[in-house]
Design a protein. Structure first.
Length: 170
């Protein structure tokens, strides 16, 4: 009867806007989640609202754009590792759709001595991401407060149960 979620489109917009503000020019790697997950396309769409105009103006060059099948962070590690080699480490920003993928992106960057030199996004606001941000290897994360989502779910459940009770008593 109901579906409550965060706006994946908005999360992508926050990530995309952040990247173009911090790295308005240069080579980008764009990672997005599993194509079978609708949230993945919404995240990507939101981010690209900000990134695409800079690409069209030739300020940003997307050197690699790839899905992360099954949202598996190890897939991201391999994609980034190969993209870094193919582009002689000339990367200024990496759009990572979440913090667990960002962790593996940063591992690939560390191997090339680039951790903290390339802007890396994330989302979920997990503890490890916060530590990476403090350490300067992850640039940002989008924290989504699950307590707020929980309140919305409870409010909706109460409303639906009242509507159901009202309908049954008629």
């Amino acid at each position: 009867d109901a579906y409550i979620t965060y706006s994946s489109l908005r999360v992508g917009q926050i990530q995309g806007r952040y990247l173009i503000e911090k790295a308005p020019t240069g080579n980008y790697i764009i990672l997005f989640g599993d194509p079978a997950d609708n949230n993945s396309s919404l995240l990507r769409e939101g981010a690209m609202e900000y990134i695409r105009p800079r690409v069209l103006q030739r300020y940003i060059n997307i050197v690699k754009e790839a899905p992360i099948i099954d949202w598996n962070p190890l897939n991201a590690y391999n994609i980034v590792k190969n993209a870094l080699v193919e582009n002689n480490n000339n990367i200024v920003a990496i759009l990572s759709p979440n913090d667990s993928i960002a962790n593996e992106v940063i591992r690939a960057l560390e191997e090339q001595g680039l951790a903290g030199k390339v802007f890396v996004t994330g989302q979920d606001g997990d503890l490890q991401a916060a530590r990476r941000i403090v350490n300067g290897t992850q640039s940002m994360t989008v924290f989504k407060d699950s307590r707020e989502l929980g309140k919305e779910a409870v409010d909706l459940a109460v409303k639906l149960s009242k509507d159901l009770t009202h309908t049954e008593s008629e």
